[in-house]
Ligand binder design. Structure first.
Ligand code: NAD
Length: 499
């Protein structure tokens, strides 16, 4: 029995005109659970037309009324946390408690958006010149599209939509086709919160749908989160078509372990940050850079912890880690591990042959540690996006920083040390957007923005927080004079100067 997964356009769940269907799987069982309706060009037109029409009135609705809907939405998401988390686990595979954490991090952004009034206040300069006041404020862009990855089917859409909608835009979400059902529950909750029809829409599909959004003249901006090649493509295509684009890409996040670090603490965090969510986090730690004699001490501890990770169905109590997303992902991850082994790396922990009893058809890979990693190995060069930690050994902090800076990605990084000077040098010198000091996955809180450097972000503005507001609005400046009759002095041909 599979469930039909429809689109959400103009406040209604609709099958759409598209005839293509794609199976959605439960990665823990390997069984198809959903049949996803893939949208056609007609469905794209319908969604954009609904969003464009809704934008005319939504922008006119007062901030107070918009905010009231945001607060209601916040309550509903909070009340439906378990239901959302269950959907995430059933289609993504991550364990239920982790899925609840994902909803919680998304809720933070909804809460930030509830305070939109504070961010749209504008600025005012009284008497900027004699008899002249100047003020500036920001207005929404119109129709915004969000294109999201499989690994956070609730959190990443909530990085975008609440801020865009609170700022007065309408929104079309194109979720990942691998785990699209959570987006539909979010749509129902927006409607229940009182959001007018057409302000939040969900449109399913893959490359063709993305291309349709990137080239549609009535789509004003695109927020994208996904892998680097697609992020680059989305940024280039979207901007070439006159749209504002922010495109967040992939990652290879290094954690530096200094010899003075608290090794028990570092090992626990490495274990959780490398293997949590089966390594399918854009902020997962996938490389441990061990400085000096830190390597042997920390690896032994991470190995012991990794061996204790319970891999299983994310809905079963006691599971620490679930499956990876597809059989293709499993095949790719195991191939990269095998190549590293053939290239002379040491497999300290090998998760390739893991079988979860009762879930023989599931897409499982166990925690894996590859020691003696080198630059040129695919295991280091590529984003593996699986439960694999590669260890590189270096002699100094400087060498560690050079290694990180030579890497084409720059999403997140961390340093484990008790030395404030080392931590300060590290945070000043690394060419990475988000840095943790004794914090392994430094995803910023909702009132700071999230974004990497280099191949991890295309565009100027980071996502959510203050940058999110800037991205979803544009500025206007008014220079205003209401002269008293006696002070009217006439116009001049000269460039006006202050006085
Ligand atoms: P993906 O790039 O395959 O897909 C992302 C979105 O793009 C999906 O909606 C998909 O339908 C669409 N898409 C796929 N192929 C396309 C194509 N050829 N043309 C146009 N659109 C296309 O990414 P994924 O596998 O779903 O997600 C994992 C990736 O996302 C990882 O690389 C991870 O690091 C990255 N990610 C980054 C962040 C971040 O904040 N930087 C956050 C989460 C995930």
């Amino acid at each position: 029995m599979t469930t039909e997964i429809l689109h959400f356009i103009d406040g209604q769940e609709v099958a759409g005109a598209g005839e293509d269907r794609q199976d959605v799987f439960n990665p823990a069982t390997g069984q198809a659970t959903g049949s996803l309706h893939i949208g056609s060009p007609e469905d794209l037109q319908a969604a954009v037309a609904a969003a464009k029409k809704a934008a005319e009135s939504w922008n006119d609705i007062s901030i107070a009324k918009r905010t009231a809907i945001l607060f209601k939405f916040r309550e509903l998401v909070h009340a439906h946390t378990d239901e959302l988390a269950e959907i995430i686990t059933s289609e993504h595979g991550k364990v239920f408690s982790d899925a609840k954490g994902e909803v919680g991090r998304g809720l933070e952004v909804v809460e930030f958006a509830c305070g939109i009034s504070e961010h749209l206040k504008g600025e005012f300069s009284e008497q900027a010149s004699t008899g002249i006041d100047v003020y500036s404020f920001r207005q929404p862009l119109g129709v915004v599209a969000g294109i999201t990855p499989f690994n956070f089917p609730v959190m990443v859409p909530l990085w975008m939509a609440p801020v865009a909608i609170a700022a007065g835009n309408t929104f079309i979400l194109k979720p990942s086709e691998r785990d699209p059902s959570a987006a539909m529950l979010l749509a129902r909750l927006w409607k229940e919160a009182g959001l007018p029809d057409g302000v939040f829409n969900v449109l399913h599909g893959g490359k063709e749908m993305v291309d349709g959004l990137l080239t549609h003249e009535d789509v004003d901006a695109i927020s994208f989160v996904g892998s680097t090649p697609i992020a680059k493509y989305v940024y280039e295509t979207g901007t070439r078509n006159g749209k504002r684009v922010q495109a967040l890409g992939g990652a290879k996040n290094h954690a530096v372990i200094m010899p003075d670090a608290d090794m028990d603490n570092a090992a626990e965090h490495l274990n959780a940050a490398a293997f949590g969510s089966a390594g399918e986090r854009c902020m997962a730690i996938s490389v441990a850079v061990a400085v000096g004699d830190a390597a042997d001490r920390v690896i032994e501890k991470v190995k012991a912890l990794g061996e204790g990770v319970t891999v299983g169905n994310g809905m079963e109590k006691g599971s620490d880690m679930g499956p990876v997303i597809t059989p293709q992902a499993k095949e790719r991850i195991t191939r990269i591990i095998t190549e590293a082994e053939q290239d002379g790396a040491a497999l300290v922990l090998d998760g390739r042959d893991l079988v979860v009893p009762g879930h023989e058809e599931g897409f499982f890979v166990g925690p894996t540690i590859i020691d003696q990693g080198r630059h040129e190995m695919a295991a280091y060069e590529e984003e593996i996006f699986g439960p694999v930690l590669v260890v590189l050994r270096v002699d100094s902090l400087e060498e560690a920083i050079n290694l990180i800076n030579a890497n084409p990605y720059g999403n997140g990084t961390a340093i484990f040390t008790q030395n404030g000077a080392a931590a300060r040098t590290f945070q000043r010198k690394v060419t990475v957007g988000m840095i943790g000091v004794n914090v392994p996955i430094p995803v910023p809180v909702a009132w700071h923005s999230f974004g990497g450097w280099k191949n991890s972000l295309f565009g100027d503005l980071h996502i959510y927080g203050p940058d999110g507001i800037r991205f979803y609005t544009r500025g206007k400046v008014v220079t205003q004079r209401f002269p008293e009759p006696e002070s009217i002095s006439g116009a001049s041909f000269n460039m006006p100067t202050s006085g």
